[in-house]
Design a protein around this ligand. Structure first.
Ligand code: ADP
Ligand code: MG
Length: 258
């Protein structure tokens, strides 16, 4: 097994600054030990792809990072703030971490623009005019400013997912977490969402992406992590990960998806 705490980090824009530090993370659902001694240091500017079989704990790990799930053992720190039961810390971490899910979780009764300005206005206390300007900036970035006054139900899945990304960016997060953002999309819409994510990566956003889009991993990731049965089994730079996987479990997984 590779040493999971000290991972390879090559590539562009990766700094020595730690964005996320996870050590000795253990989590149980009742008696089920879902995360087993996870150690992971994410440096600013890293683009990490997390893959692994269904049920291996990928979503649970991602969700622990912004306290959507509680953990029982170990330390999680985001930008130096430790996640404890202290609500102040949870709020602080959540304000630095943007999250994008498989299902877009937009508010159906709010327009696209309102979806993007709600949290900045109510959580960040941003003046409305500024929140609208920021929202329009990010809607332009994801290439749908013309949809701003529509409701989520009037948009395609790919457009909705790009709104979800724009909405997260409006909070100026330090890190973006993606949990299978393209797996609910029709094939023709996957590319437009991946293109948005690629652009974000190129701008230096620190990203953790659970995805089975291995083309994306090869193109964008500086590190690919393979999880199985609640553990980080293996991690490497994409080229080495795909061309020369070390563990039998990784080989089996790759043979099934590639
Ligand atoms: P992945 O995202 O890799 O498919 P998950 O993190 O969603 O895996 O789930 C890991 C394991 O934890 C699975 O066996 C799943 O059934 C279980 N699990 C997930 N959420 C809960 C929950 N709220 N209560 C009990 N078990 C859960
Ligand atoms: Mg999952």
């Amino acid at each position: 097994m590779t040493d999971t705490a000290t991972a390879p980090r090559t590539a562009l824009n990766v700094s020595d600054e730690i964005a996320i530090e996870i050590s000795g993370l253990n989590k149980w659902f009742g008696s089920f030990h879902v995360l087993r001694n996870i150690n992971l240091t994410v440096y600013s500017g890293e683009r990490i792809v997390i893959c692994g079989p269904s049920g291996s704990g990928k979503s649970t790990m991602i969700r622990c990072i912004n306290a959507l799930e509680e953990h029982q053992e170990g330390i999680i720190e985001v930008d130096g703030t430790r996640l404890t039961n202290d609500l102040k810390n949870i709020d602080k971490v959540r304000s630095e971490v943007g999250m994008c899910f498989q299902h877009f979780n937009l508010f159906p009764h709010l327009t696209i623009l309102e979806n993007c300005t709600l949290a900045p206005i109510w959580v960040r206390k941003t003046p409305k005019k500024e929140a609208v300007e920021t929202a329009m900036h990010y809607l332009e970035k994801v290439k749908i400013p013309d949809q701003a006054s529509k409701y989520p139900g009037q948009l395609s899945g790919g457009q909705q997912q790009r709104v979800a990304i724009a909405r997260s960016l409006c909070m100026k997060p330090r890190v973006m977490l993606f949990d299978e953002p393209t797996s609910a999309l029709d094939p023709e819409m996957i590319k437009e969402v991946l293109d948005t994510m690629i652009e974000l990566a190129e701008e230096g956003m620190t990203m953790l992406c659970v995805t089975h889009e291995m083309g994306f991993a090869r193109q964008v990731a500086n590190r690919v992590i393979f999880m199985d049965q609640g553990q980080i089994v293996e991690q490497n730079e994409p080229e080495a990960f795909f061309n020369n996987p070390q563990s039998e479990r990784t080989k089996l997984f790759l043979s099934q998806i590639l």
